[in-house]
Design a protein around this ligand. Sequence first.
Ligand SMILES: [Zn+2]
Length: 384
Amino acid sequence: MILYYQKLCLYYLSFLYYEELTVKTDAIPEILYAAHKYGIMKIVKKCKKILEETMCTENVCSIMESAHTFNDTELLRKCREYFYKEPIKCLQSDSFLDLCADCVDNVISSDDLPLEESLIFERVLEWADAECIRKNLELIDSSRRHVMGKILNHIRFPIMESQYFAERVACREILSKSERLAIFTFICSDQKSKTDFKSTRRKGRCVYARSCSAKPNPRMTHSNRYKVVMRFERNGHVTLKNENLWFVGQKADKIDFSCATTVYIHGIVMYGCGVEGADYNAHASILKTGLPFLSNELSHASATIPATFPYKTFNIYFPEPVHIAPNVKYTVAVTLQGPRSYWGEGGEQSITNDGVQFDFYKSTGETNGTDVDHGQIPGLIFSK
Ligand SMILES: [Zn+2]
């Protein structure tokens, strides 16, 4: 404490004389602590200003923790707003693992966190491991559940995809047997029963989502809200070519499609590639075919898929479902920046899924090589 006091005196003096605080950013929380303790509000204000100005995806969680310590609701709000603007990078940052349980809960309980539940769950599991280590607890599921406390109830298990829930959640002891059964019943039944877990979707644009595993069975990837039509399905599996990987870059992969009945397109499925250390940036558009691009774009979405993403395909969701009129041709175009990706082959021209007939066509104009038979954009996420 004496050290804090001495440091604070120095900063205070320099602040008085020079009206500026020239310190390293990582020393700010310490100074802020001392300035709060001794009620030197001028320095508190200055520290907060520096923290706000230097806020980035790597330090936002540390700043949040400082704001929590001093019960600074305004700074906390700014941290949360920042987090929700860059949710993937903030969630994946090292400092997320250092948050206290209250701060983790504060971030992940909000409807404003625009991420899929599976991603939130995976990261909270990593946080729970870090918390168990801090508390000298054995790294087993019962300890993880113990440290998660109320955080667990804010992970929206009922809206997870059934396949994901079965493969990654239900096989563990994080949830009790009765909780697992209640959630399975909720996911698989049209009659929505009550569970202890929230089942409303989060607001905002879903910029990133887990998709199917390496060999997804489209019947199993249906959530209670969406269905997925996969173009390169063979014997219940989606083909995944990993020789001569698909070149991605400047040109957009495109595929045209029409439906026999009205549907809503929520997003698309893309092939990724598990190259370590390489992120994907994706930009997807959906437009009516045959008219100038900009005037006819119905929706677009961007997504960043971090290198740590553990699956071979990923989803990109549009901000709102896109209305698709019957027997009208639409184009899906996606530009990917990143390493060469997997690709599919043996695509069908006509596929009926859940009573909806989809017809696919080669897109005209410049494309990256995707067509009905092979390439990227293996699936469309839709509802009737
Ligand atoms: Zn905290």
